[in-house]
Write a protein that binds this ligand. Structure first.
Ligand SMILES: *Cc1c(COP(=O)(O)O)cnc(C)c1O
Length: 353
């Protein structure tokens, strides 16, 4: 830190992304990326012309993307906000709506607390129940921004739509963010509640179910007034937040959306298989509705399993947060990758006996 930084900012505990090692080739099951590449029409979308056109600014309105997304989700383009990864919608929403404080779970997406610190927002951190689920009543009438990841991460667990609805109905004077980064892997979207709830902001991303984490593309869906708030922040920070390559590849991806939804089904099948195999080995595994599993074993510690697998060229995610330090979060890769993962876990456990 230099001696010039504002003291409050110097004290922030910044977000720590999962490892992206460049040294050797790992089986990468640590950052919830897709094992499947984007389809051919996306690969073919960028040629010499698109590269030459990089001399031009991108469309600050992201008009084509908004229209296509609106069509897919049955809303108006005016209900769509396009962002540089979904982290950016979340960032802007904390900036806009965090002034009275923010409520979110103790075990959830790690960026919420970072945004709260960044903007000096009073964080009301609500523990998950012992079974790692959320009690919706804990979020009623908070008088502040409410943020729910549904399905939640890193637990993978889903809250019912009835519970989400109850939270919306008991916070009518505050914005409720429902972060649906993983909803395509078997969640129930809150989008159907949009028409009746002007306080709902649904957040989505291309990073998980649409195989485009590196493109940095996310979006928010909400009442037009909320979208106008977020646009005000965007035009006050970075109006060209979505680069030309991301706009064109994102659009092509949506023209082939069935491809991604087929991949999601494949990942769901593999997830169910991995869950069952881990349970056979004695692991406790939550009921995940995401592209990862969250698992713990009485036979090996979370950090120990993480290290042993890393040694063998397999990366998973371990969090040193006391409440979940016995767990690991394991992204669902291809079936082949998961067979290798499972075989290695079996060997590691056998060696311990
Ligand atoms: C991955 C993730 C995000 C952020 O994804 P982007 O790559 O920024 O779109 C947001 N919320 C949750 C719960 C996530 O897991």
């Amino acid at each position: 830190m230099s001696r010039f930084i504002e003291e409050r900012l110097g004290r922030i505990n910044e977000y720590v992304p999962g490892e992206q090692p460049q040294d050797k080739k790992y089986i990468k099951l640590n950052t919830n990326e897709s094992p499947y590449p984007p389809p051919a029409n996306v690969t073919e979308a960028v040629g010499k012309k698109e590269i030459e056109d990089l001399r031009l600014y991108s469309d600050p309105e992201c008009r084509l993307l908004k229209e296509k997304l609106a069509e897919i989700y049955g809303v108006k383009p005016g209900n769509m906000f396009i962002s540089n990864g979904s982290d950016e919608v979340l960032n802007f929403a904390f900036m806009c709506y965090g002034h009275k404080g923010a409520s979110f779970a103790d075990i959830t997406y790690g960026f919420y607390i970072v945004f709260a610190e960044l903007y000096g927002i009073d964080a009301d951190i609500i523990p998950l129940k012992d079974d790692l689920t959320i009690d919706p009543a804990d979020y009623f009438n908070k008088g502040r921004l409410v943020v729910i990841a549904n399905p939640n991460a890193p637990t993978g667990m889903l809250m019912s739509l009835a519970d989400v609805k109850a939270i919306l109905e008991n916070n009518t004077d505050d914005v409720v963010i429902v972060d649906e980064a993983y909803v395509d892997f078997g969640g129930e979207s809150a989008l159907s509640l949009l028409a009746e709830h002007d306080n709902l902001l649904v957040v989505r991303t291309f990073s998980k179910s649409r195989s485009m984490a590196g493109a940095r593309l996310g979006f928010g869906i909400a009442d037009e007034a909320i979208i106008r708030d977020l646009e005000k922040i965007r035009y006050s920070t970075n109006p060209y937040n979505i680069n030309r390559i991301t706009q064109i590849t994102g659009l092509r991806a949506l023209e082939n959306d069935g491809y991604f939804m087929d991949n999601c089904r494949r990942i769901i099948d593999t997830r169910e298989y991995v869950t069952e195999e881990l349970r056979k080995m004695g692991f406790f595994v939550t009921d995940s509705r995401t592209n990862f599993v969250f698992a713990r074993s009485d036979d090996i510690g979370g950090a120990e399993l993480y290290e042993a697998l890393k040694e063998r060229g397999i990366l998973i995610r371990h969090f040193s947060i006391p409440r979940i330090r016995d767990f690991n979060r394991i992204t669902i890769g291809s079936r082949e990758e998961m067979e290798i993962f499972l075989e290695n876990v079996r060997e590691i456990l056998a060696k311990k006996e």
